[in-house]
Design a binder for this molecule. Structure first.
Ligand SMILES: Cc1cc2nc3c(=O)[nH]c(=O)nc-3n(C[C@H](O)[C@H](O)[C@H](O)COP(=O)(O)O)c2cc1C
Length: 257
């Protein structure tokens, strides 16, 4: 009888300890699963963050580099090349102001860029800055030399900025500085990239005095099915104070009130 009692006690103890063991193991497994899930979630979050960052970067690049027109719904585009937006300019460049670096509405641009902004403000046009992958030297006289080399090589610098949908524009104001009696070669890259057939193209130029040189006929040759109208030529020393002239010119050709 006493032996039977001891056996019962042993069985009870065994059952209790087994249950205890199981109930310890289960949470451990759960914890492992939970940890696994957390890790997976963290990984997923990390991936999402990375993807988000990538998308963010792309979006930023797109916002920075592309003009879609969807914001304004405008059918007019102002595409322009200007040195200051194509060079790695040193900090505080305004303190060492060069003839080709201007501030317009708090943005650093160049002579042609300032005129492009004026045209956009008057007409509600979208703005597109033609930018090259390779930046030009921050030293202006080195840029003058590079511009000449590119011209003699008939270079077509690769562009970093692209227009999402050129078809939405009926009129393209095309602005550039006169470089060695011609357009910067990046403007030819732009004309190679886009078919402006059926559109009105209105070139405008800033220069030290050479004005358009032969650039209007160069554009006509590059875009034979566009209607190219000679626009405005401004001297580099008068661009930032040219708003009234620009408005009067735009009014005269029917693009401003
Ligand atoms: C490479 C290069 C070549 C130039 N060649 C001429 C030229 O042949 N005739 C002229 O009048 N100005 C010339 N310039 C002066 C620019 O046309 C003028 O300063 C222009 O307004 C610069 O415009 P941006 O500030 O928009 O780049 C040249 C400038 C550079 C950088």
């Amino acid at each position: 009888m006493r032996r039977k009692g001891i056996m019962m006690l042993l069985i009870c103890l065994l059952t209790v300890s087994l249950t205890a063991c199981l109930s310890v193991e289960e949470p451990a497994e759960d914890a492992q699963q939970e940890n696994g899930a957390e890790e997976a979630a963290e990984e997923e979050n990390a991936e999402e963050t990375a993807a988000g960052d990538e998308e963010g970067t792309v979006e930023t690049e797109n916002t920075d580099e592309q003009t879609s027109g969807s914001e304004t719904g405008s059918d007019i585009l102002v595409a322009y090349f200007t040195y200051a937006e194509n060079a790695e300019l040193p900090d505080g460049v305004d303190a060492v102001a060069s003839a080709s670096i201007q501030e317009w509405n708090g943005e650093t641009t160049g002579n042609t860029g300032a005129v492009a902004h004026m045209i956009s403000e008057e007409t509600g046009a979208d703005l597109f800055s033609i930018r090259t992958v390779e930046k030009y030297p921050d030293n202006y006289s080195d840029t003058v030399d590079q511009g000449q080399e590119e011209q003699s090589e008939e270079a077509r610098p690769e562009l970093a900025s692209h227009i999402e949908d050129i078809s939405q524009y009926d009129t393209v104001f095309l602005g550039y500085p006169n470089w060695w009696g011609d357009m910067p070669m990046a403007v030819y890259s732009f004309l190679d990239e886009y078919d402006l057939s059926g559109k009105t193209v209105i070139p405008f130029v800033t220069s030290g005095g050479s004005r358009f040189s032969g650039t209007v006929s160069a554009i006509e040759s590059a875009e034979p099915d566009a209607e190219v109208q000679e626009g405005i030529a401004l001297s580099d020393s008068e661009t930032v104070s040219a708003q009234e002239d620009v408005r009067a010119w735009l009014t005269g050709i029917g693009y401003a009130e």
